[in-house]
Write a protein that binds this ligand. Structure first.
Ligand SMILES: [Zn+2]
Length: 192
């Protein structure tokens, strides 16, 4: 079960996905709103926090969450403050009741990860791509358009065309032909 706890939040925040199951995980704690209260409304036992990347709008609430639930934090680069454990490229990680593979996908930020559950056809895309062919900013520090395009291409090679759900760092999740949205982003990123 995947819920976006920031769906109706107007503050400057990323989406925040609570993935419930055998291992209840928060994918990105977001920023500038009371996410702890929203987690508590759904569950008392959060098992872990997993980060797509460490931009402020994704991790502003991190300390509030780790304080409230006494959980550890997984991300690509444990040298970054707040990241307790590394998830390497191609490493397996359990979110909810499903096994995902982590895909290191720089271009928007160096520590960016996507998470893909092949069995379920679910992709957490972070800020790599969004609905309707939008893609992550590359004008911030560590941003690089060519690298972003390579990362999108790599995800396209990895995911199945019958992908069923894509959950992005901003905007609505895509549940109708999400593969086409990733393909479109690969084209748009080359044109922009
Ligand atoms: Zn970002």
């Amino acid at each position: 079960m995947i819920a976006n706890l920031a769906a109706d939040v107007q503050a400057f925040t990323s989406n925040v996905f609570l993935v419930e199951g055998d291992r209840t995980v928060l994918v990105d704690p977001g920023a500038n709103f009371d996410v702890v209260e929203r987690i508590r409304a759904r569950t008392d036992d959060l098992d872990a926090v997993v980060l797509t990347h460490t931009h402020r709008d994704h991790v502003g609430n991190l300390e509030a969450v780790t304080d409230a639930f006494d959980v550890d934090v997984w991300g690509y680069d444990p040298a970054i403050e707040g990241v307790d454990h590394a998830i390497g490229d191609d490493e397996r990680v359990t979110l909810g009741s499903d096994e995902y593979v982590a895909l290191h996908t720089p271009g928007h930020k160096d520590d960016h990860l996507c998470f893909y559950a092949e069995d379920r056809g679910i992709l957490f895309a972070g800020d790599l791509v969004f609905q309707n062919g939008s893609f992550g900013r590359t004008d911030l520090p560590e941003g690089d358009r060519e690298t972003l395009i390579e990362s999108i291409d790599r995800v396209l090679e990895r995911i199945s065309p019958d992908l069923s759900e894509m959950h992005t760092g901003h905007g609505p999740s895509v549940t109708t032909d999400p593969y086409d949205h990733v393909q479109l982003a690969a084209r748009m990123a080359r044109q922009a």
